[in-house]
Design a protein around this ligand. Structure first.
Ligand code: UT7
Length: 332
């Protein structure tokens, strides 16, 4: 990365948000019917009680992560008052790329009708957006970019095992994006990222491409209880870390926007941070778990609903396979 130039901005600021959900919405009743055809039993009651999820969206056959991302980016650029030609960096967080390579970010760049700027994918599963925002923040503050698109885009429906009721009812497809610009005003105020590869086996897609075929199982595997326990602990520690780095306290947080995996994890995190539930942005009921897309989807939904407003302080948090986790504190 470049050395900070004397003219490098002090901050990177989110100037626009956007998101996109594919039109096909499946309620829990739809999922129950779909699984019944395979002899797999589930129910709206179980899914709502254990997760808070009521519906998710699935992309149509042939629709890729970059197709969802391009809609989210156009909405974010419009909200920022920018055009694609202003963009000088694209980072896409995804675990469901269009291809092994080129990167989904390169496809997205082309679909936006631009060329030349750096574009790359970042793989940190459900913590991907928080990772991507942290990297983009560092690049903007270093003077390497002035107007970045930071995106989370996923088609998790492609990697679900519809014979495993413990996972296939949880996930959905979608994309969210922010425009991150150089600014002398905050801005992203603190970031905190972590990984612990010892836990790689509790949430993974263990397949790989080799010798012209897929080796191993290319479908999602999860030890839900192990992930649940780790998630609650690390979301609290990452939140405390960004507060300490920025010299702020829980009372300064206007909105907690956590990864949308399970309402019970979000409630647990809010309790530990002594935040009332009304201050937590929740979209898991309508989106399911969209992995790297979940935080920017939730952020955009809250902005467009007029809940999250300019000048408020947001705590964004991600946690996922790897094991990976992190937090970003933002003055919006
Ligand atoms: O995005 C990355 C982060 N991911 C997460 O944060 C996920 C974290 N984990 C979770 O959210 C929860 O662990 C789950 C929602 C995945 C599971 O909830 P749980 O309360 O831990 O349930 P469980 O896995 O202990 O299963 C309890 C019972 C089992 O039946 P028995 O063995 O008690 O008879 C399961 O077979 O629920 C059964 N079950 C289901 N029943 C109906 C599991 N899935 C289903 C289902 N419908 N879809």
């Amino acid at each position: 990365m470049n050395q900070p130039s004397p003219t490098a901005p002090r901050y990177a600021r989110i100037t626009g948000t956007g998101s996109y959900l594919p039109p096909r919405r499946l309620s829990n009743a739809d999922m129950t019917a779909l699984l019944a055809e395979r002899g797999v039993e589930t129910s709206d009651e179980w899914i709502v009680e254990r997760t808070g999820i009521r519906a998710r969206h699935f992309a149509a056959a042939g629709v890729c992560s970059s197709d969802l991302a391009v809609h989210a980016c156009r909405h974010a650029l419009e909200a920022a008052g920018r055009s694609a030609d202003d963009v000088d960096l694209i980072i896409v967080a995804t675990s469901t790329p269009d291809m092994v390579f080129p990167s989904t970010a390169c496809f997205l760049q082309h679909k936006l009708g631009i060329s030349g700027c750096p574009a790359f994918d970042l793989q940190a599963v459900c913590a991907g957006f928080v990772y991507a925002l942290t990297v983009a923040d560092a690049m903007v503050r270093a003077g390497s970019a002035r107007c970045a698109l930071v995106v989370g885009a996923e088609v998790f429906s492609r990697i679900l095992d519809f014979n495993d009721r413990g996972t296939c009812v949880l996930f959905g497809d979608g994309a969210g994006a922010v425009v991150l610009e150089a600014s002398d005003e905050p801005g992203i105020v603190a970031t905190d990222l972590h990984a612990d590869g010892r836990h790689s086996g509790i949430l993974c897609v263990p397949g790989t491409v080799s010798g012209g075929q897929v080796l191993g199982d290319p479908l999602l595997k999860m030890d839900g209880q192990a992930v649940f326990k780790l998630a609650v602990g690390v979301l609290e520690s990452a939140a405390r870390a960004v507060l300490e780095k920025s010299g702020r306290s829980e009372a300064d947080i206007d909105w907690l926007i956590p990864h949308q995996a399970n309402i019970r994890i979000m409630q647990g995190t809010a309790r530990k941070l002594k935040l009332p539930l009304e201050r937590v942005v929740v979209t898991v009921h309508e989106h399911g778990n969209t992995s790297a897309a979940s935080v920017p989807l939730a952020l955009d939904a809250a902005v467009r609903a007029g809940r999250v407003k300019k000048g408020e302080t947001l705590l964004l948090e991600g946690v996922g396979g790897g094991f990976t986790w992190g937090a970003v504190l933002v003055d919006f």
